[in-house]
Design a protein. Structure first.
Length: 431
């Protein structure tokens, strides 16, 4: 294809034109476990990365590779690693930079599953998550010591919806030689984290990118601009021999292939040994969603802003959480980092007790009550009893979850039908 810098075009064309054997323009689904080697010498070179090619679908797959190339092109990165889920992507992101005895600094404003995994699973493995309030970027500097290996945050935190100060924290990380890893799940195309200094972008592909609630997937995308060897003592995982793969030093080993050390280490060490590979069929489904992502994000954003405005005027609603209604520094960050819309999430609290929020959800007819976000369909849930139920009460509050908080993932239905369902559910709840 002709060169393009536009994500809307790249989502359709990047990484693939047609099948050379058949001329098929649809990406083929390569449902295979293994691949025929040309010779023993060829096989040996593949295993040492002297040649690029396929060994086993746990490591690479032609269908998945097209998705990876497309994601990297859309994001403006150098390479991508697709995984079985967004949760796997978050786990690999930290495992790739930290070892037992290390720590990383994370925003408190995270999806509940990520927060809990950081707090419990990684801690049990000897990796400490240091949670800080992101409203003051300097909190990341204060929490940093000689064992800190990365910073982590969500662009548009689910469910607090305060846009993260990417450039400010990335600059602090740069002063130490530390990468900023940004989960951009809730703001694909709307925010470009690499343009603000992020080193790695993470996605739960399950959400808006796939968009149809039919497939799980995750991805880690590398910017190509972060030098993993600039301060070797800061990132020993990249600058000391890795016993999991022939004692290679990843920052040096990757150089002949380009600025892809993070991706090569993730594939050659973690993916090879732990799995969590993306199914080729799921990759195919995700690419079907990716083709219409630009159109859907526009519709999600327009509908969510209309819902936020409606709820903000409703006499029974105590508070509405949406970037369009933010004030002060939060509003400035939303305007700075989100272009073309504020995303599809809306949070709100009803006046009265927490039970009213549950009554409201049970009364919805158009909205689905599911533990997911980012579908074409409108979705609703009560985070305190579902997605964030594993957190302690004070941790829920820090993440933006109060007992009466209701989260809406606004779909692309006609806005009149969305507002009609909200109206009848509010009335049924006694609001």
């Amino acid at each position: 294809m002709a060169p393009s810098k536009h994500a809307q075009t790249l989502s359709l064309h990047a990484g693939y034109r047609c099948d050379p054997a058949t001329g098929s323009v649809a990406v083929p689904i390569n449902m295979t476990s293994a691949y025929q080697f040309q010779s023993t010498e060829h096989a040996a070179k593949l295993f040492t990365f002297e040649e690029q090619g396929n060994i086993y679908t746990r490591i690479t797959n032609p269908t998945v590779e097209i998705l990876e190339k497309r994601l990297a092109a859309i994001e403006g990165g150098s390479a991508a690693l697709a995984l079985a889920s967004g949760q796997a992507a978050a786990f690999y992101a930290i495992q790739n930079v930290a070892r037992a005895g290390d720590n990383f600094v994370s925003s408190t404003e995270l999806y509940g599953g990520t927060y809990n995994m950081f707090k419990t699973i990684l801690r049990a493995q000897g990796i400490e998550a240091r949670f800080v309030d992101p409203s003051d970027p300097e909190n990341f500097r204060r929490a940093t010591d000689s064992k800190t290996r990365a910073y982590f945050a969500e662009t548009l935190p689910n469910p607090k919806l305060n846009v993260f100060p990417i450039a400010e924290v990335a600059e602090i990380g740069k002063s130490f030689g530390l990468p900023l890893i940004v989960d951009n799940t809730a703001a694909p195309l709307l925010c470009r984290p690499f343009e603000h200094g992020a080193a790695v972008v993470l996605y739960s592909l399950t959400k808006w990118i796939a968009g149809h609630g039919n497939s799980l997937g995750g991805a880690l995308i590398e910017s190509g601009a972060f030098d993993w060897s600039a301060v070797p003592e800061r990132l020993p995982a990249f600058n000391a021999p890795d016993p999991s793969y022939h004692d290679v030093v990843w920052s040096n080993f990757a150089k002949p292939f380009g600025p892809v050390a993070f991706t090569m280490k993730g594939r050659g060490s973690l993916m090879l040994n732990l799995g969590s590979c993306l199914s080729p069929f799921n990759a195919f489904l995700i690419m079907q969603g990716l083709e219409t992502l630009a159109l859907r994000m526009r519709a999600h954003s327009e509908n969510a802003s209309a819902v936020a405005a409606y709820l903000n005027e409703h006499p029974s609603v105590a508070r509405v959480i949406h970037p369009s209604l933010a004030t002060g520094a939060a509003k400035a960050r939303a305007t700075k980092y989100l272009k073309g819309g504020f995303g599809g999430l809306v949070g709100f609290e009803l006046k009265g007790d927490a039970l009213m929020g549950k009554k409201f959800i049970d009364a919805l007819k158009l909205f689905y009550h599911v533990a997911n976000i980012g579908d074409t369909r409108s979705l609703a849930t009560h985070p305190a009893s579902t997605t964030h139920s594993q957190l302690l009460p004070e941790e829920q509050i820090a993440a933006g979850v109060s007992p009466g908080y209701v989260r809406l993932s606004v779909g692309i239905e006609h806005i009149d039908d969305i507002l009609s369902d909200l109206t009848q559910a509010l009335q049924a709840a006694g609001a």
